[in-house]
Design a protein around this ligand. Sequence first.
Ligand SMILES: Nc1ncnc2c1ncn2[C@@H]1O[C@H](COP(=O)(O)OP(=O)(O)OP(=O)(O)O)[C@@H](O)[C@H]1O
Length: 257
Amino acid sequence: MIRAQNLTYAYGTQTVLHGVNLEQRAGRVLGLVGPNGSGKSTLIRNLSGGLKPVEGRVTIGGKDLGSYSAQELAREVSTVIQERDSEPGLTVAQMVMLGRTPRLGMFARPGASDEEKVIRSLESVNALHLAQRFFAELSGGEKQRVLIARSLAQDTPYIFLDEPTNHLDIRHQHELLGLIRTNSRNTVIVLHDLNLAAQYCDDVVLLDSGRVVAQGPVGDVLTPAYLEPVYDMAVHRIEHQGKTHLLFEPRNPEGSS
Ligand SMILES: Nc1ncnc2c1ncn2[C@@H]1O[C@H](COP(=O)(O)OP(=O)(O)OP(=O)(O)O)[C@@H](O)[C@H]1O
């Protein structure tokens, strides 16, 4: 379980998260949603140990995030977060092998089981054919799949993904989120697409201006009552074959007032 209590974060003097309380329950997929600039990326970085809260605390499995050593954290937590992930000169296979590093002893070299893990991780995201290509030369969508493979190879109980469907075509979006769902790990995922969140998350946290507007099971939070004021859009919710679909339109379409 991941828990944030009174989490506050500021860039310099600009406070962008205000006393956030949330819970990711064991084995569940928690989505972070909200408009541009609402604080989703900042929040996921605080939850995964990339940023340190100014106030409040984050616990993972009941243990304060601040008390993990870097090595311990890398065995517990993997992240798929974009900007930091450009590694010049590495092939895709080498990039995914980096996911195994926290599992190796101090001077140990990767063994056959590590190689096997890399191959299986690449296979599961349909990227094994890219293994010998340079990571830096891949398309955005190919890179994204390789970063997911690295996280799978890292084999951590907790996984954090910031907009993993960015750059992916519609089939790969669904394949990837399906894979994340069936992976049954503790997952926190930033998603812009609320229909993808409705389909693939168990719970969601809806953020607006750095504050939690609502959180809970997707069916309780992804409702017109919560979404319309946050996105300033008219929202229609349709249930089709047991799934929730959301339709959006401008609240004041041109010509009406
Ligand atoms: N490195 C930074 N330095 C200063 N301010 C930042 C920095 N990163 C983000 N911010 C600010 O913090 C606020 C929250 O940004 P954040 O990227 O967390 O939002 P987001 O919900 O992920 O946005 P988006 O949906 O546009 O990706 C914004 O006002 C943003 O301008």
